[in-house]
Design a protein around this ligand. Structure first.
Ligand code: F6R
Length: 620
């Protein structure tokens, strides 16, 4: 959701910013723009000016539009916008200028009280050229600067003390072309530190080919960035020490590496990413799981009266799977909450409750505000994030990273299976320590988990068969996904993947619940996907399949190898290796990811950038 790139230094700014915007495309956007500080031609001693170019549509369209322009500059800002206030259009695209055109801003987030600030400014005859909250903010900053005769830095601090909402901003100042001013609250900002140059971005992907040394700006910090100097201050004008971290990110991790799409690459990476989640933690030889974050809070887990899981989307499906794991293995009651609902319904939280926040990006605004609320109420926050150093990871008391590597495809795949692997390890560790899980079962499940990466490899080998099934069903209008027990969240996740990538309406349901309503939808045109691997519900799910067949529905089933019954009933089967039902969801979701991917591709959609979706949802 919205991407920001800025550059100041000895290089040409435009190519750096353009490439950076392309790297941020995965976040989701509907328009793009850049602003550069330039010296008017023919008279270089003239005052520098800000030139702004922006366009509705893709970064490539902006690039084409700029092909013949003089873009010479060493300082600039760029933006990909995902519309919140105001429709996607050229005029609403960022950057936005101040009234006198001497300041330009890019912004990610929402200024919630922009309407009242705008009214104040309208009363002072400010004229706005867009419908955005961002333009209001830059006019507000300009107004403060003029009224108080203060520096831009000071005006930014004053403005941000008034602003309600979340933001990352970067501002160009034509009167101080050697300085960029940036600030953050609630949404991420990374500054890459080079030799005589700085790179600013919403995440490290636009930066890592130039430098691995970065500073993650904290909430309520203002950065004053020159080519060779970085100063951080808080909103009270006190200097903060920038903490320079060395990233360990290879460029290959954020490139497609020969695959047609990031989504496919990430699906195929899963044997490795799941292995990475287990590595150094699952110790089969010694029969133990090593997770420092869990160990530190083990007594709290053992004493917990309940665990509340908060998450959104795919991460919510991981949470739902974890509910089954934790209740079964640890005998701790678990509540699974949509983060956006949890926060605003005055939830009952007791001190000592453990709130587990699950998030790939670690920046999802709904999840972030939910845990801030829970923290205030005295809960222990345990974060499970993929992005190292992300906001959720930082506000959590403890946690575990999923180590799936950068996920660029908008539809989450490898992050989900890594979340399941990590949640499973935590449940196993707590269950064993608490004594609710026998040693024999613990050892068996360790072994089952260790086998997962190789089993995923086996499933991936069937990609051609799954592609074939996808071609057959790509014209379907609706899909039903059904599963029971541990396979119910898998069904939900399969349906979500299909919706996101192929725009086919799909619903996930507990298979037995089907009789209470959705069965009315079944006719010969409806594909019904059953996650029907062998577990304690197998007999029952076979009955559910028969109920669908009796109504002429088309059955596609995910089954265990060796199953002789379901293939006789189903129109299509996708076979996965045998596994204990606790680890089975990690395997069973893989064919569903591939099916959604191939259907989306068959329909000719851009599966890496599905319409209207953003990778990291940083607004509530
Ligand atoms: C689905 C998807 C979204 C995210 C959701 C939460 O493919 O990607 O549903 O799962 O927006 O995002 P995170 O996990 O970053 O909090």
């Amino acid at each position: 959701m919205c991407g920001i790139v800025a550059y100041i230094g000895h290089r040409e700014a435009y190519p750096v910013i353009l490439k950076g915007l392309k790297r941020l495309e995965y976040r989701g956007y509907d328009s793009a723009g850049i602003a550069l500080i330039q010296y008017p031609p023919h008279n270089p001693s003239d005052q520098p000016v800000i030139t702004v170019y922006k366009r509705k549509g893709k970064v490539a369209e902006l690039e084409e539009y700029l092909a013949a322009k003089d873009l010479h500059s060493h300082v600039g800002i760029g933006h990909t916008r995902w519309a919140t206030h105001g429709e996607p259009s050229d005029r609403n695209a960022h950057p936005h200028l101040s009234g006198n055109g001497r300041l330009a801003i890019v912004h990610n987030g929402i200024i919630e009280n922009y309407a009242s600030i705008k009214q104040e400014l309208l009363n002072k005859d400010h004229v706005f050229h867009s419908d955005t909250d961002t333009e209001v903010l830059i006019h507000f900053i300009e107004d403060i600067q003029q009224n108080n005769q203060c520096s831009l830095e000071e005006a930014v601090r004053i403005a941000l003390r008034r602003v309600v909402g979340a933001y990352v901003i970067v501002i160009l100042d034509a009167d101080h072309p050697d300085t960029l001013i940036a600030a953050r609250k609630g949404t991420p900002l990374v500054i890459g530190v080079g030799k005589g140059e700085h790179f600013l971005a919403s995440d490290p992907s636009p930066i890592i080919e130039y430098t691995q040394e970065v500073v993650f700006v904290n909430d309520y910090e203002v950065a004053i960035v020159k080519a060779d100097e970085l100063v951080l201050k808080n909103l009270g004008n006190e200097r903060q020490t920038p903490f320079i971290q060395k990233l360990d990110l290879e460029l290959a991790a954020i490139e497609k590496g020969g695959f047609d799409h990031f989504m496919l690459k990430e699906i195929f990476e899963q044997p490795d990413t799941i292995f990475d989640s287990l590595r150094g933690r699952l110790d089969e030889q010694q029969g133990r799981i090593i997770m420092r974050g869990v160990e530190e809070y083990m007594q709290k887990f053992i004493d917990a009266q309940r665990i509340i899981m908060v998450a959104c989307g795919t991460s919510w499906h991981a949470a739902l799977t974890a509910e089954y794991m934790f209740e079964e293995l640890c005998r701790i009651p678990v509540e699974v909450e949509y983060a956006s609902e949890f926060r605003y319904r005055n939830p009952v939280i007791h001190p000592g409750d453990i709130v587990m926040a699950i998030s790939q990006s670690g920046e999802t605004a709904d999840t972030l505000v939910a845990i801030e609320e829970a923290k205030r109420a005295g809960a222990i926050i345990f974060g499970i994030c993929n992005v190292v150093g992300s906001s959720i990871a930082r506000v959590s008391h403890a946690g575990a990273y999923t180590h799936a590597g950068p996920e660029i495809g908008v539809a989450s795949t490898k992050a989900f299976t890594a979340q399941l692997a990590v949640l499973c390890m935590i449940a196993l560790k707590v269950g064993r320590q608490k004594g609710t899980l026998s040693n024999d079962r613990f050892i068996h499940l360790l072994h089952e988990l260790a086998l997962v990466p190789d089993k995923v490899k086996e499933i991936l080998q069937q990609h051609d068969q799954i592609k074939h099934i996808a071609a057959k069903y790509a014209t379907a209008r609706d899909f039903l996904y059904l599963g029971r027990g541990y396979n119910f969240p898998v069904a939900l996740e399969g349906a979500l993947k299909l919706k996101e990538i192929s725009y086919i309406h799909a619903e996930g349901y507990p298979a037995a619940e089907m009789k209470h309503g959705p069965i009315a939808l079944v006719d010969e045109h409806l594909p019904v996907l059953f996650v029907a691997t062998r577990d304690r519900f197998h007999e029952k799910i076979i009955s559910n399949i028969q109920e669908i067949k009796a109504r002429k529905g088309q059955v596609i089933a995910v089954i265990h190898e060796g199953d002789e019954v379901v293939p006789q009933l189903a129109n299509e089967v996708m076979v996965v290796p045998q596994a204990d039902e606790i680890v089975a969801p990690i395997l069973n979701v893989i064919p569903l990811q591939l099916l959604a991917y191939y259907i989306g591709v068959a329909k000719g959609y851009d599966v890496d950038k599905p319409r209207n979706l953003a990778k990291s949802v940083t607004v509530e």
